[in-house]
Design a protein around this ligand. Structure first.
Ligand SMILES: Oc1ccccc1-c1ccno1
Length: 236
């Protein structure tokens, strides 16, 4: 990863991801973009051609940084930006199959477009958005993307079924989850979940997942393949 705020990415070395690194399941290197500046002010940005608010990140600095960081084994360059294509669970799975990912954390009004155009001559460049809102920089997006990708790597999650049964893994939102106590502040766990009848439990969970998806994300239902819903689903 390349950023002007390397410490912003320190959380990636905590908890689950930190354990995955120490277990050798992945390697993580964070580079300070300013290491590729040569002026006393370590300038990384400049005014935009054509005028307008804010600053644009300079091509020379990013170009030199990516020349160095992209050297070596083939990598895929991921650039978080509000103008990117949506980052989804499907894209997380695609990224998790890559041998090497390089993340460029842009700030200000973004990185000079020629940096991405030049990189695209050598590697696959993915400009991705983690949602329809504007952040100050790409670091937060990289934290989210890396966590979504790394948890899919074999051996990272304790129970491999977790990743397989994620929200979105079947194209739907997960339904409600419960644990002890049976009654809490007058609210009881649904009886079916304590019935021991796993066929019934699976059906109930599927129904709650379909209901929640219909209510909160009807677009996901629309996007399902024609054969994704069985007769029982459609009866709901
Ligand atoms: O808003 C941003 C600013 C810089 C880099 C990325 C973003 C962003 C917003 C949503 N997804 O990515």
């Amino acid at each position: 990863m390349v950023s002007i705020f390397p410490s912003y990415l320190a959380p990636l070395r905590e908890a689950l991801l930190g354990r995955a690194i120490s277990r050798g399941l992945l390697e993580l290197t964070v580079h300070d973009l300013r290491a590729w500046t040569h002026d006393v002010h370590q300038a990384v940005d400049d005014s935009p051609y054509g005028g307008g608010p804010g600053m644009v990140m300079r091509p020379q600095v990013w170009g030199d940084a990516l020349d160095d960081v992209l050297a070596g084994p083939p990598a895929r360059l991921v650039v978080p930006t509000p103008a990117g294509r949506p980052f989804t669970q499907a894209l997380a799975r695609e990224f998790s199959a890559e041998e090497r990912l390089v993340f460029a954390c842009g700030r200000y009004e973004g990185i000079d477009q020629r940096v991405l155009d030049d990189a695209a001559r050598r590697v696959t460049v993915d400009e991705v958005s983690i949602g329809d809102y504007v952040l100050v920089g790409g670091e937060v997006a990289v934290l989210a993307i890396v966590e979504a990708v790394v948890r899919l790597l074999p051996g990272v999650l304790g129970n491999p079924r977790s990743a397989a049964e994620d929200s979105f893994s079947d194209g739907l939102l997960e339904g409600p989850a419960y644990t002890r106590p049976e009654v809490w502040r007058g609210l009881a766990v649904p009886d079916v979940l304590r019935s021991g009848n796993h066929a019934l439990i699976d059906r109930w969970r599927r129904d709650r997942s379909l209901e929640r998806t219909h209510r909160r994300r009807p677009d996901l239902l629309e996007a399902l393949p024609a054969d994704a819903l069985d007769r029982a689903d459609r009866a709901l």
